[in-house]
Write a protein that binds this ligand. Structure first.
Ligand SMILES: [Zn+2]
Ligand SMILES: [Zn+2]
Length: 160
C-alpha cells in the first residue's frame, strides 16, 4: 500500500523523499526531523526535535500553545533532562527572565530596570501595569528628560 496525494501522485516520505538528508537537520538554530504528518510539521514537513522528545516523554502531542525550553540554553541539546515543557509563550518568557536575572545577580526574582538596564537596588524597582520594570529614580529622570525635550522642541518652534 502506498500513500498518494490529492493529485494521485505517490507521497514519498523518509528516505524516498526528495528532501531527505538523513532526516536530522542541524543547519538552523534547532535540530529538525522530517515528520510530515505531525500537527506541527512546517511546509517542508519538518518538526523540531525538542518537540518530538518532549512529546515522547509526555506520551502525546503537545498542546498547540505549548513551547519547549532548553535548560542549558543550547537549542541543539535535546536530551530529555534538558527540556522543560512550558504551557505557553508567557510562561516560557518568564523562565528566560528568571534565568537572565539569576545569571546577572544570583536572584532569579530580580527585575531588570528598562531605563538603566541594571538589576541593582531591587527595593527601588517598580513594575508597571504593562509588566515593564524600572527604578523609580530612573523613571523620574526619564520623565524629566522627556518633558525637557518637549519644552526645547516648543522653544525651537517658537523662535522660527
Ligand atoms: Zn527557552
Ligand atoms: Zn534603573
Amino acid at each position: 500500500m502506498s500513500a498518494v496525494d490529492r493529485m494521485g501522485r505517490p507521497i514519498r516520505r523518509g528516505p524516498e523523499s526528495p528532501q531527505w538528508r538523513g532526516g536530522r537537520c542541524t543547519s538552523s538554530a534547532y535540530v529538525t526531523l522530517l515528520v510530515p504528518d505531525h500537527p506541527r510539521a512546517g511546509k517542508q514537513g519538518r518538526v523540531c526535535e525538542h518537540v518530538l522528545v518532549a512529546e515522547r516523554a509526555l506520551g502525546k502531542y503537545l498542546p498547540s500553545t505549548a513551547e519547549v525550553h532548553h535548560v542549558d540554553e543550547n537549542k541543539q541539546n535535546n536530551d530529555p533532562h534538558n527540556l522543560v515543557i512550558c504551557q505557553d509563550h508567557a510562561y516560557h518568557g518568564l523562565l528566560h527572565r528568571r534565568m537572565r536575572a539569576f545569571k546577572a545577580c544570583g536572584n532569579p526574582n530580580a527585575r531588570c530596570c528598562v531605563r538603566c538596564g541594571s538589576y541593582r537596588d531591587q527595593e527601588d524597582i517598580r513594575v508597571s501595569r504593562g509588566g515593564q520594570s524600572y527604578h523609580r529614580s530612573c523613571q523620574a529622570k526619564h520623565e524629566r528628560e522627556r518633558k525637557a525635550a518637549i519644552r526645547a522642541a516648543r522653544r525651537t518652534r517658537g523662535s522660527v
